[in-house]
Ligand binder design. Structure first.
Ligand code: AMP
Length: 183
């Protein structure tokens, strides 16, 4: 585990290689945003496997994996296949064809909404909610609200990368949260 006391960076040794592949892109998609591009991890079979293995070790008895559009879908689909679990999609507005629940939220660059099909989850479901990056926490918070609206139980929120300076963890206070890497 690599620890940087000044910046509170925490990187488990088995994820150091995956972390080394992340590309920082300045001013994308808007000026002032430092975008963490994780696509090089997906392109590398060893790095991608290490990320999925880490997230899978925190499923906590879930029977469904819910992925947040769009990079959360990639992680969620791999986790669902690995854990033999159902896959549920939390999508941007207007993408799901049938009746939905909808939650609006603020993010680092603007505002957005997330939707879930009303029949995607129910009270017997235990849900592992996953996205690639936790920034201000608004997106993950909206995901947890959708799980609540669907009356399902949340086993864990999980991200591969937490940008701790943006304090998303604060927004999710009281909720279970796993970040594979925190920078
Ligand atoms: P937030 O709601 O602020 O926590 O933003 C998290 C969502 O926006 C995730 O779905 C990320 O994919 C994306 N995101 C926000 N900020 C960044 C960033 N700096 N780099 C990469 N993705 C980001």
């Amino acid at each position: 585990m690599a620890l940087c006391l000044d910046c509170q960076m925490s990187i488990p040794s088995q994820l150091e290689y995956a972390f080394s592949l992340i590309k920082d892109v300045a001013d994308f998609p808007n000026p002032g945003i430092l975008f963490k591009d994780i696509t090089p991890i997906l392109q590398d079979e060893k790095a991608f496997q290490s990320v999925i293995d880490d997230l899978a070790s925190h499923l906590n008895g879930a029977n469904k994996v819910a992925g947040i559009e769009s990079r959360g879908f990639i992680l969620a689909a791999a986790l669902a296949a690995k854990g033999d679990l159902g896959l549920v999609l939390l999508r941007k507005p207007g993408k799901l064809p049938r009746e939905t629940y909808r939650v609006d939220y603020q993010l680092e660059y603007g505002s957005d909404s997330l939707e879930i099909h009303k029949d995607a989850l129910g009270s017997t479901d235990s849900v592992f909610l996953v996205d690639d990056v936790l920034a201000t926490g608004g997106t993950m918070w909206a995901g947890t609200e959708l799980v609540k609206l669907a009356k399902a139980n949340l086993t864990n929120c999980a991200v591969f990368l937490e940008i701790s300076v943006l304090q998303g963890r604060e927004r999710l206070k009281g909720l279970p949260l796993h970040a594979s890497i925190s920078v």
